[in-house]
Ligand binder design. Structure first.
Ligand code: MRU
Length: 335
């Protein structure tokens, strides 16, 4: 079982992505040579997960420099391309942060912009390792130093980050300490990041897991089969409200009912100081066919319309602890 390959990289002239839409069947990379191809790759979730999107955003600005030189863009074509990249997915704060940090160095040239992408990736990996340690410490201090049954939603692992993972990084750390009995993996409708990606990462890491449909999560939690739930975040408002993959709120509500901890793991940069509460977090709406079709076949009447928000917002009051690289704290307090 090898280390999970990097989700995002820079080849010297192109963005390299591990195409996550192909997992778990194929582990294959694609090289992206045009900014609008990167925008399309982000929209179809070839690369996804907030921290990985931040790295892709920074390298995407480098790609814009390369493409502009190749195709003779003027300044407004460059700015427009960077704008399309920044807006490719609205909920993950990291994408805009990665694009903005790289764009601020454009006048210093390609290497300076690429260095921003490398620095974001390095900082993310360091943050994730610290999140893993702090999260495992918090959980074991409260639940007792024993093997635990953990539930997670979506994918927050190496595939979603520079390496290691946030919530999945805590699970990896607990496993390294011999403290994981079983992980319940919500499949994560409609795009199955749980069953396709998290289950694959757990299998690679040798961690025992069961995939369950999202609708089973509340019963599993309230039925006493789970000791703790750990999830990631795409954006956290200043008051601690958390936007994460749709279905997270249901997990949090079930944890509150069952009286078990609901832990959010994310780098401190995920907190958006400009948003007083979760009501202001932009929630991505995705295409109807993600819900209404299954393996290319319609599974609803052909006139059906879908409600397909990609994220939901969990109120801070349902979050037992926010774990960042700085430690575990009650949500809404300084991270
Ligand atoms: C460390 S990843 C944190 C979040 O980005 C993750 O939980 C999530 O919701 C990802 O959603 P996705 O739509 O797959 O990009």
């Amino acid at each position: 079982m090898g280390a999970t390959p990097r989700a995002v990289g820079w080849t010297g002239s192109a963005v390299q992505l591990l195409d996550q839409t192909l997992l778990p069947d194929q582990l294959a990379s694609v090289e992206i040579h045009r900014v609008d191809d990167l925008v399309a790759a982000i929209r179809r979730l070839a690369v996804r997960g907030a921290p990985a999107l931040g790295i892709a955003g920074a390298y995407g600005v480098a790609l814009a420099i390369v493409q502009a030189a190749r195709e003779g863009w003027d300044g407004s074509a460059f700015t427009a391309a960077v704008g399309r990249l920044r807006a490719a997915r609205p909920t993950a704060l990291a994408l805009a942060q990665g694009v903005d940090a790289a764009y601020a160095r454009v006048d210093d040239g390609l290497e300076a912009v690429v260095a921003v992408g490398h620095a974001i990736a390095d900082a993310d990996e360091r943050a994730n390792r610290a999140i893993g340690r702090h999260g495992a410490d918090w959980i074991l201090a409260r639940l007792g130093d024993r093997p635990l049954r953990v539930l997670t939603h979506c994918n927050t692992g190496a595939l979603a980050t520079a390496a290691w993972g946030t919530a999945l990084g805590i699970i990896r750390e607990l496993h390294a300490r011999g403290r994981v009995e079983l992980v319940y993996v919500d499949e994560t409708r409609p795009l199955l990041q749980g069953s396709r990606l998290t289950a694959w990462e757990l299998a690679e890491a040798g961690i025992d897991y069961r995939v369950q449909v999202d609708a089973a999560a509340a019963g599993t939690i309230v039925g006493g089969l789970v000791d703790v739930a750990v999830v990631g975040a795409d954006r956290i408002a200043a008051n601690g409200d958390v936007a994460n993959k749709v279905g997270t709120l249901g997990v949090a509500l079930a944890c509150a009912h069952a009286g078990i901890p609901f832990i959010v793991a994310a780098s401190a940069s995920t907190v958006d100081p400009d948003l007083p509460s979760g009501a202001g977090i932009p929630i991505e709406r995705r295409a109807d066919d993600e819900v209404l079709a299954w393996s290319g076949r319609l599974v609803a009447p052909k006139e059906a319309r879908a409600h397909n928000p990609a994220f939901d917002v969990t109120p801070a009051g349902l979050v037992s602890a926010l774990v960042t690289e700085h430690g575990a704290s009650p949500p809404g307090s300084p991270a």
